[in-house]
Design a protein around this ligand. Structure first.
Ligand code: PXP
Length: 240
């Protein structure tokens, strides 16, 4: 059954705007789970612009569903992941100057390095997901390095401005999902998904988890996180 991973980074973004202690992303995780989140996602960035080390340590202790830690493929982050032991990790490309993650990881050009990293993490019982574009070459590369999951980048679909390009991007996601499953990968998706565009992605056969942050936390700032999470789950089933 399709699950929802709620990304709580933006709660930490508000806290860091004042470098204070509120709002606490850990409290947000508890409330999101009470409202039906199937998983909690947090991205510990190299520049610590939102989620802090303290957050991932506490999240590890309180998350009752599963914790997905997003991180760049660096030695520093691998060491933290091995210490925290999230339920799975998602490797994402990271640039200091970007506002949010831009595009998927280029797995094909760094097969050797990523393969060693994936085998180190998975050897310690932490499944690895690779955030990639729905590109056959990248999907092949992800299968080659034996990652357990991929997360298909839905940003191009979310940004498509007319129906024709949206359908084209959706078809690429559906094809990518089938290719990945046939290659033995499990498939998640995320980035830019909203209450209005989520259903066609949720409806792709074989999709396991959607990771959604901005849209849920934006709505939560107005109506509360529990209602925002509940409504996103409705939207995933086409009932919003
Ligand atoms: N998946 C990945 C790999 C991401 O980096 C992000 C953004 O942090 C998301 C999903 C969630 O994207 P959004 O905030 O646009 O829902």
């Amino acid at each position: 059954m399709l699950t929802l991973g709620v990304n709580i980074d933006h709660i930490a973004t508000i806290r860091q705007a004042r470098r204070t202690v509120e709002p606490d992303p850990v409290a947000a995780a508890v409330l999101a789970e009470l409202a039906g989140a199937d998983g909690i996602t947090a991205h510990l960035r190299e520049d610590r612009r939102h989620i802090q080390d303290r957050d991932v340590h506490l999240l590890r202790q309180i998350v009752r569903t599963h914790l997905n830690m997003e991180m760049a493929p660096t030695e520093e982050m691998v060491a933290i992941a091995l210490d925290i032991k999230p339920d799975y990790i998602t490797l994402v490309p990271e640039k200091r100057e970007e506002v949010t993650t831009e595009g998927g990881l280029d797995v094909a050009s760094q097969i050797q390095r990523l393969s060693e990293m994936v085998s180190k993490l998975q050897g310690q019982g932490i499944p690895v997901s690779l955030f990639i574009d729905a590109d056959p070459v990248q999907i092949d590369a992800a299968a080659k390095i034996k990652a357990k999951f991929i997360e298909l980048h839905t940003g191009c679909y979310a940004e498509a401005r007319d129906e024709e390009s949206q359908n084209k991007e959706l078809a690429a996601l559906a094809q990518g999902c089938q290719q990945a499953i046939a290659a033995g990968l499990r498939v998640n998706a995320g980035h830019g998904l909203t209450y209005w565009n989520v259903f066609p992605v949720a409806d792709i056969e074989g999709m396991e988890e959607l990771n959604i942050g901005h849209s849920i936390i934006s709505r939560a700032s107005l109506v509360g996180i529990e209602r925002a999470v509940r409504e996103m789950k409705q939207a995933m089933w086409g009932k919003f």
